[in-house]
Structure formats: C-alpha cells, structure tokens
Write a protein of this length. Structure first.
Length: 453
C-alpha cells in the first residue's frame, strides 16, 4: 500500500487527461460530425424528435487510447505492481478496437445489417481467444480449448451487443459505462492489479467527458462506434479479472458490475424467444418483435421511461439500480466463507425482486406458453418444473459449497476449516429449503396472474 501511496499520481493524472481530452473532442465532434454526414434522424422507435450528431464514440475512443498508451509506454509507472495488462497486450487489443470503430462508423452512417456486424464480432471473439484473453479455468478446472473458445466468443459477443441494446436514452449508456468502469477498476485495485485500475479509471473519465454533452437533452449520441467499444472493453476486462482472481465470485463480479445492460440483454433473449414460441400456436398474444436483432420499445429503459414519463428520472432510476448491483458486488469481494454465502443470498434476492418488477412481458410470455400447452404436456411440464427447480438449486448450492470448501481448506487451518464448512453447510441447507418453498409460492402467484392478461 505504501508503494501505491507513493505513486498515486497515475491514478489521477492519466484519468484527468482522459477527461479533458474527452470534453474537448466531444465538443469538436458535435460541430464536425454533422458535416461528415453522421446524423441520427428521428424515427418511430426513437426517443428524440430532432436530428442529433451521432458516432460521438470516436471521442471516447481517442481520449481513452492516447492517455493509456502514454501510461503503458512511458516506462511502466506501475511496473513494480502486479498487473494483468501491459504494453504488449494493449497493442494487440488495438486491432479489435480499430475494427469495432470502423464498423461502428460505417453503421452510424450507412446502417450496416446486423448479420455483418455479428460476423465481425465473432471474429473479434476468436482473435481475443487466440491472443490469450480467454476463459481457461473455471472453479479450479482447466477448460478444454473448444470450451474455452466457445465461452470466450459468447461472452465477448454478448457484452458488445448488450451495451448497444441499452443505448436508448440520453445519458444512459455513457453513465452506465462510467459506473461499470469505476466498479471494475475498484475491484482490480482491491486485488492489487493497479495497471488495470488506471486503465479502467481512464475509461470512466473518457465516458464522463462524453456524458457531459450526452445527458438529456443530448447534443450528441455515441452510436455503435461507442456502444460496441463499451461492451468490448468490459468483456475483455471481465475475462482478465476472472482469469486472475480465484474466488467464488469469479464470474459474478464483472457481470454485476455491468448489471443493467446484462439484465436487459437477458430479457431481450427471453422475451423474443418467448414471442417466437407464442407465434406458433397463439399469435394473438405476441407483443413486440421476435428477431434477436430487431428493434423494439420493450427494453428495460423503455419500461422505466413509460413508468416515470421523464427521461431524466428514468435514467437516474437505472443509475441507482446499477449502483445497487455494484454495491452488492463488493460483498462478494470483501467477504468470504459464511459471509460470502450471505452476500450471494442478498444478491439473489435483489435480482429476483428486480426481475419480478421489470420482466412483465417475459413472465407473461412464459405463463401463456405453459397455459397453451396440451393438458397432458402441461401436467408433465409442471412436474418437471418442480423437479428441475429442486435439482437445479441442489446443484448450484453443491458447486458453491465445493468452491468455499476448497478456499477454506487452502487459506485456513484444519480446525477453522471444519467449523466454517459445518456452518456454511447449515446456511446452505437453510437457503435451499427457503428457496424451494419460495419457488412453489412464486409459481402459484405467477399462474394466478395469467388471468389478468
């Protein structure tokens, strides 16, 4: 820690430089981009009602890359610290960043079809796996190369697209980017990975400078040029974090740090697959789009906007939700053993409450799908559901227990380990019984709600 205090200036100087550059470049983009043809015209599913410059993500890219390059190449200010990213790896990831910027600029001006962007995203995922930014271990098990490749590509493609999907209100995507970058940066700081901390703080500063002109009423949009970059940066650092922090919260931490976009992405898949199934036997109940890449007005931010009727209020509510998820994330980082189990229970409760509050269309679809099944299949499905929930919870708790057992035995003496494992097992059994009881009750309530549709 003394070393950190003696070298505090990288954590201030480089992010401050990124902030100033972002403010300056965003103002320039507001003037220049419309001249170059980068203008977002109002459409039927857009919130704004007048043309706004787009592709403002280019200001985020430049203001982020330049200070980070100076930081990493000026001699290694933090070379005495543990780090997960150095100048060599940074040079390698400049290629996918450049590709995403080029594709984003083309899409912001000419509207590139999703299938072509998807192919590029797949290629970027494969490239990252090839250069070593990949999931290689999971809870102590070494993954086969094909599993590692699949997980890495899916992770990167998912994150790139969820930040693109959430970019629908003034100040939303940029603000969530700031919270996510600060959260992940804080986690790296607590773990002693200071190079990554400085880089993420620089990214938060770049997003903050852009946010100054993007908050409602927006003077500029980041477009795909910025939203795909946000997703890629958080996907990459999520992998780097997971590969270097060996705890039970290895994957949950980066996911919860980007909680709101991830939640929206999960709901998009759930909702549109549900619509696709309903269209086969109950098309009159389909509400919204069925294609994964289609635009609709049922994203999380649209629902919050309809509830509060004000763009600023809706964005602030989603900011608050992002802070809550990030704050709950810290419990996983600073607590272990029994307190870690308690943190998982709190996080699970928060997520269930949020899903029950927001996922109205998705729950409706699921209820209607079950309701429209043939009676014999419905009875079978209900029985399978009950058994599946029980088996799923048992499997999850067993995995968690195994992970904590390994951590406790590795970090503690045998006597402490014995009492800790005993107490942890008791807590897990209580949580399991409570969750099974809650699942039965919740299922009955959901089936009653179907009558209101």
């Amino acid at each position: 820690m003394n070393v950190l205090l003696n070298n505090i200036y990288p954590f201030v100087v480089f992010p401050a430089t990124a902030l100033l550059l972002s403010l300056l470049l965003t103002r320039i983009c507001i003037k220049v981009l419309p001249v170059l043809g980068f203008v977002d015209q109002p459409k039927d599913k857009h919130i704004h009602d007048k043309p706004v410059p787009t592709a403002g993500g280019i200001a985020i890219v430049i203001s982020f890359v330049l200070p980070v390059a100076v930081f990493l190449f000026e001699g290694g200010v933090l070379c005495r610290f543990i780090h997960v990213i150095d100048a060599g790896l940074f040079v390698k990831i400049l290629l996918p960043i450049a590709v995403l910027v080029i594709v984003g600029l083309m899409d912001d001006k000419y509207s590139v079809p999703f299938r072509y962007r998807f192919i590029v995203q797949l290629g970027i995922g494969v490239y990252c796996w090839y250069i070593g930014v990949a999931f290689t271990n999971f809870w102590g098990f070494t993954l086969p190369w094909f599993v590692s490749l699949t997980l890495t590509v899916l992770w990167i493609v998912f994150f790139i697209n969820v930040y693109n999907l959430i970019d629908g209100l003034d100040g939303l995507s940029g603000g969530l980017g700031v919270f996510s970058a600060l959260s992940l940066g804080a986690f790296f700081l607590l773990s002693g990975h200071y190079n990554a901390t400085v880089i993420l703080f620089c990214f938060a500063a770049s997003c903050s400078g852009y946010l100054r002109y993007n908050f409602h009423p927006a003077k500029i949009f980041m477009g795909d040029t910025g939203s795909m970059l946000l997703g890629f940066i958080f996907a990459m650092f999520g992998i780097l974090f997971s590969a270097n922090i060996e705890t039970i919260s290895i994957v949950l931490i980066p996911i919860l740090a980007c909680g709101v976009p991830v939640l929206d992405g999960v709901l998009v898949v759930w909702r549109r697959l549900g619509n696709k199934i309903l269209s086969k036997f109950a098309p009159e109940y389909v509400y919204g789009s069925m294609g994964i890449a289609d635009r609709d007005v049922n994203h999380v931010h649209h629902r919050i906007l309809r509830k509060y009727g004000n763009c600023k209020k809706a964005v602030l509510v989603l900011y608050f939700l992002a802070v809550v998820l990030s704050a709950s994330d810290f419990f996983l980082m600073i607590f272990d053993s029994i307190m870690g189990i308690s943190a998982l229970a709190v996080i699970a409760a928060v997520i269930l409450l949020v899903v029950d509050w927001i996922a109205t269309f998705e729950i409706r679809n699921t209820i209607l799908i079950v309701k429209n099944l043939p009676e014999n299949i419905k009875v079978l499905a209900n029985n399978v559901y009950v058994q599946f929930v029980s088996l799923f919870l048992v499997a999850i708790v067993s995995i968690i227990g195994y992970s904590f057992l390994n951590e406790i035995l590795f970090h503690s003496d045998y006597a402490k380990a014995f009492f800790s494992v005993t107490a942890t097992s008791t807590v897990m059994a209580f949580v399991l019984c409570s969750m099974i009881a809650a699942a039965y009750i919740h299922k009955q309530k959901l089936m009653q709600k179907v009558e209101s549709f």
